[in-house]
Design a protein around this ligand. Structure first.
Ligand SMILES: [Zn+2]
Length: 480
């Protein structure tokens, strides 16, 4: 008996401590799932306060994104339906309101940002609007929540290597998570496709985990996008398995590709106002080429603008695209123009930045520019530049003294008395009272029109609608 038992005991003694050691040194995804309580979580809702920043809306390239106070931020996630809703109540943080992102906020601004499956949309007031440009980032946000990381990794059969979990959702995002010693998600690093910069790095840090009914969740969340802060949240309430029912509204489902739609309005002979849901462009026919003012949003929008321009002027190439300023919603279509060999004209403060990012790789979701391999040609304008073919004159001016952005260009056609600008003045819908008090940016535009002695008939705003310049003066309660 002894002879038989002896070796068995020895084997058990030999194996037991080793097995324990192996487990500690090589915790796997299941250990992380267990520590987070991930398998019991089908949905989660958390609320916090702090600060949020509008990525892509800095006053010049290379400065931090503008900050807002977040009175409340409630994120609701349903992992089973791949849905997320962020409800934010924001107030103005910067004084004065310098830079972009719907500033200045008066009182409280309520935002609802949603994604479900492959549909992203926003709700402002009671209006739902498709937001395809936000899709990749919102899907990343959904799966970058601590429990989301584990669920997405398991669904993709990803494994933990050391303290790292890494996986990719092709065409959507790449994600790398760092696991702490107590098997919680400490940091998530993502690479998300961005229409302006190609690949956008997003880093989220989670700490001060607490237990909420058997589920561990961080009470501190900090995020950077492109190296600058975008979120700093103190989480005050977490509700695992809260009911989260997010349905794509009919209005959004019926309009999945709003950027592909272009409505053309002739503003003068050879000048067309090319409008879409939110962001517009202008096409100007010259003797042997075409100038486009503004390439907003993304590749899809630019493909539609380029196609429409070619339909209007089939025999002439687009030579220039004039960029009003570098804000991401206004510059997101530039890469597609660069891919076509079109020269970008921007204000000097944006020149080096655009020259760099418009040539940057887009590895997560290769766009037309990444596939073209073209070197961007970006020309800067200091205060003014005139483009002429001897017949038509196109004058480009910097808008001075506007707090929205330090390097904004507007485009003036003296013969046609047309002026196009972005974000300095956006007309309200017809039969609507302009906001009171008016935006300080409206006054800056009126001051620049006066300074340059421009004789303006109609405005071709890059948001809003074509209006006589009198609408601007009505908005600010002034006569020219
Ligand atoms: Zn802007």
């Amino acid at each position: 008996m002894r002879r038989v038992l002896g070796p068995i005991t020895a084997v058990v003694l030999l194996v037991a401590p080793l097995a324990g050691g192996v487990q500690d040194a090589h915790a796997d995804l299941n250990d992380v799932a267990k520590a987070l309580g991930a398998s019991t979580v089908k949905s989660i809702q958390y609320t916090g306060t702090g600060g949020v920043n509008a990525a892509g809306q800095s006053v010049v390239p290379g400065l931090p994104w503008p900050e807002y106070n977040v009175k409340s931020h409630t994120r609701s996630v349903n992992y089973e339906t791949a849905s997320l809703r962020d409800e934010q109540v924001r107030t103005q943080a910067l004084d004065p309101a310098r830079s972009g992102g719907l500033q200045p906020i008066r009182g409280e601004q309520r935002l609802n940002l949603l994604v479900s499956g492959d549909v992203a949309w926003n709700i402002v007031g009671d209006q739902s609007a498709s937001a395809p440009i936000a899709l990749a980032d919102r899907q990343f946000q959904l799966w970058a929540t601590p429990q989301g990381v584990v669920k997405a990794a398991m669904a993709r059969n990803a494994t933990m290597q050391g303290r790292t979990i890494a996986f990719a959702v092709p065409g959507r995002f790449n994600l790398k998570a760092t696991v702490s010693d107590d098997n919680l998600i400490a940091r998530v690093e993502g690479l998300v496709p961005n229409p302006v910069v190609g690949d956008m790095p997003v880093v989220i840090d989670y700490w001060d985990y607490r237990d909420f009914g058997g589920v561990k969740f961080p009470t501190r969340i900090r995020e950077t996008t492109g190296g600058y802060p975008t979120l700093d949240l103190l989480v005050t309430d977490v509700r695992p398995n809260a009911p989260v029912d997010i349905q794509v509204p009919d209005a959004v489902r019926q309009d999945p590709n709003p950027y592909a739609r272009v409505t053309t309005q002739k503003a003068a002979d050879g000048v067309w106002y090319l409008t879409g849901g939110t962001h517009h462009s202008v096409a100007i026919e010259m003797k042997d080429h075409v100038i486009v003012v503004e390439a907003p949003l993304n590749d899809e929008r630019s493909a539609a603008i380029i196609a429409e321009t070619r339909k209007l002027v089939p025999s002439k190439p687009i030579r220039y695209v004039i960029n009003s300023h570098h804000h991401f919603d206004h510059a997101g279509g530039l890469r597609a123009f660069v891919a076509e060999g079109v020269t970008v004209i921007t204000q000097d403060v944006n020149r080096a930045y655009l020259a760099q990012v418009l040539g940057a790789p887009a590895t997560v979701r290769p766009d037309v520019q990444a596939r073209s391999g073209r070197q961007p040609v970006v020309e800067g304008v200091a205060e003014r530049r005139t483009l002429t073919d001897g017949t038509r004159v196109v004058e480009i001016y910097r808008i001075q003294g506007i707090m929205h952005h330090d390097g904004m260009l507007m485009v003036y056609l003296p013969k046609e008395k047309l002026l196009s600008q972005a974000d300095a003045y956006t007309p309200v819908p017809p039969n609507t009272a302009p906001p009171m008090p008016p935006s300080p940016f409206n006054f800056a535009l009126a001051d620049n029109i006066a300074r340059l002695k421009l004789d303006v008939g109609d405005l071709l705003p890059l948001h809003g609608r074509l209006v006589p310049v009198a609408e601007l003066y009505r908005a600010i309660g002034k006569t020219p």
